[in-house]
Design a protein around this ligand. Structure first.
Ligand code: BMP
Length: 213
């Protein structure tokens, strides 16, 4: 049964912590990115972990030269359990983050093909190569789209690594279309469909149950 990762892209610290409190029994991990960290500071990661004791992944899609990637990883992984990086910048940039993460026993998750329509323009043509690179580098997981289940399947087959997959809910992806592709080490990311709903707790429960079936 794949796990549920909440994408917590709200812009207010108190709202973020209120949602975490509500959904913590149903989510296995929480993904925070620029929206929340730029508005609340990186220490929000510590606050979330204190509140729910769940894995917290920083989605910074790091895409710089190795020396800068290393610095970003050092600061981020002081608090977070993992960090998301882009692969298109090349192996050396990803390895720089892996070197930091290995010392701290943290995760590096690499983007292959993204879930939005524009990803077919430049990312899709290189996504299979990115998946091969992810396999070679033995990153901890890859990001691949729920909005294109056939691509999710192909990329997962190539990389042979755990997948975290966004696109379910607000972007139109459906659990029933991807559930058979995924296994116990994979995560389904759901953001707006939970945190923008009238009852985030009920929605989180609903998604958790869909993944359990
Ligand atoms: P939502 O369920 O609200 O669409 O959120 C999806 C989350 O996953 C957002 O944080 C988004 O930035 C992230 N994401 C994505 O949607 N597609 C990708 O290809 C990669 C992502 O990290």
């Amino acid at each position: 049964m794949p796990k549920l990762m909440l994408a917590l892209d709200v812009l207010d610290r108190d709202e973020a912590l209120r949602i975490v409190e509500e959904v913590k029994d149903y989510v296995d991990a929480i993904k925070v990115g620029y929206p929340l960290v730029l508005s609340s500071g990186l220490e929000i990661v510590k606050d979330i972990k204190k509140l729910c004791n769940k894995e917290v992944i920083c989605d910074f899609k790091v895409a710089d030269i190795p020396a800068t990637n290393e610095k970003i990883a050092k600061v981020t992984l002081k608090y977070a359990d993992g960090i998301i990086v882009h692969g298109f910048v090349g192996e050396d940039s990803v390895k720089a983050v892996q070197d930091v993460a290995k010392k701290l026993n943290k995760k590096v998750i690499m983007v292959t093909e993204m879930s939005h329509p524009g990803a077919v323009q430049f990312l899709q043509p290189i996504a299979d190569k990115l998946a091969e690179m992810a396999k070679k580098l033995k990153v901890d997981a890859i990001v691949a789209p729920s909005t294109r289940p056939e691509r999710l399947k192909e990329i997962k087959n190539t990389a042979k690594l755990p997948v975290i997959t966004p696109g379910v809910g607000a972007q139109g992806g459906k659990v029933e279309d991807i559930i058979n592709i995924l296994d116990d080490n994979d995560y389904v990311i759901v953001g707006r469909a939970i945190y923008q709903s009238k009852n985030p707790k009920e929605e989180a429960k609903k998604y958790k149950e869909m993944l359990t079936k």
